[in-house]
Write a protein that binds this ligand. Structure first.
Ligand code: CP
Ligand code: NVA
Length: 307
């Protein structure tokens, strides 16, 4: 295990300047790709992708990104690997990391990606855990920069569950220096330690419209995350008031953007009018998973691009 191996388990694995540079690099890589420029810095490199939960965007964006970079991505599910038959995560990390150049993991307990990383010789990327979804935030921040410029000093409203997306927005508020207002029902608050660590940049509220007041960006996520399917009915009752609809958007600034990591449930956490409306940038946001993660792979496997 090399102490120099860099992992991306949360947004805070990046420095503030480095994170901003990464967003700009993602925008540049997007342009190069659109222009058909052949840029293959990861020839002969392999990314292993371990998915213990479903995925459309994360899987396709990492796989397409590796192909565009001249490398290869390997999809591994617990159903047909020894991970699903109880092989210790530490042993899997030791073995996989002797064969591939990076590993992306989507799993339940955040502790699992930490344990994997601690025994990996190669960079480990968090493709979503119950606690964080940092790759999504890279795409969200890139999308904000593309549409509105730097997010520093802006106000962001997160409406809904204090979940992995909410936690990653709390980290983003620290890293990119913006104000975050979270509106969630009682009993569904984000982690208190993360809140305390947010250095006053994050405020907890109960009313969606209050959180959205004068916001530059309004964000929401599903009421029941992967792994919480059995709670769906109870959560639907608890979150009934936590829908981003036209009324919530009306409290925000007139040019506020709307984001959602997807998949979305129209009529639950967001109205069709909002997600399919003019303030929504969810399709750019989804596309940017590809470009932002290419910038991340480049940073972790090649190093920062020349200035
Ligand atoms: N937003 C996101 O991570 O989507 P997938 O679950 O489809 O990967
Ligand atoms: N909070 C959601 C995000 C999906 C991308 C989940 O964990 O299922």
């Amino acid at each position: 295990m090399s102490s120099a191996t860099r992992h991306f388990l949360t947004l805070l694995d990046l420095g503030a300047d480095e994170a901003r540079a990464l967003l700009h690099r993602a925008i540049e890589l997007k342009r190069l790709h659109a222009e058909g420029v052949d840029y293959r810095p990861l020839q002969q490199r392999t990314l292993a992708m371990v998915f213990e939960k479903s995925s459309t965007r994360t899987r396709v964006s990492f796989e397409a990104g590796m192909v565009q970079f001249g490398g290869h991505a390997l999809f591994l599910s617990p159903r047909d690997t020894q991970l699903g038959r109880g092989e210790p995560i530490e042993d899997s990390a030791r073995v996989l990391s002797r064969m591939v150049d990076a590993v992306m993991i989507r799993t339940f307990d955040h502790d699992k990606v930490e344990r994997f990383a601690a025994h990996s010789r190669v960079p480990v990327i968090n493709g979503l855990t119950d606690r964080f979804h940092p790759c999504q935030l890279l795409a969200d921040m890139q999308t904000y920069v593309e549409h509105r410029g730097d997010i520093q000093g802006r106000r962001v409203a997160f409406v809904g569950d204090g979940n992995n997306m909410c936690h990653s927005y709390m980290n983003a508020a620290r890293l990119f220096d913006f104000e975050l207002r979270v509106a969630c029902p009682e009993g569904f608050e984000p982690d208190a330690d993360l809140l305390a660590a947010a250095d006053g940049r994050c405020k907890l509220l109960r009313e969606p419209a209050e959180a959205a007041q004068d916001a530059d960006l309004v964000v929401t996520d599903v009421w029941a995350s992967m792994g919480q399917e059995s709670e769906q009915e109870d959560r639907a009752a608890a979150f009934a008031r936590y829908r981003v609809d036209a009324e919530v958007m009306a409290a925000a600034k007139p040019d506020a953007l709307f984001m959602h990591c997807l998949p979305a449930h129209r009529g639950e956490e967001v109205s069709a009018e909002v997600i399919d409306g003019p303030q929504s940038v969810v399709w750019d946001e989804a596309e940017n998973r590809l470009h932002a993660q290419k910038a991340l792979l480049e940073l972790l496997l090649v190093g920062p691009p020349p200035a």
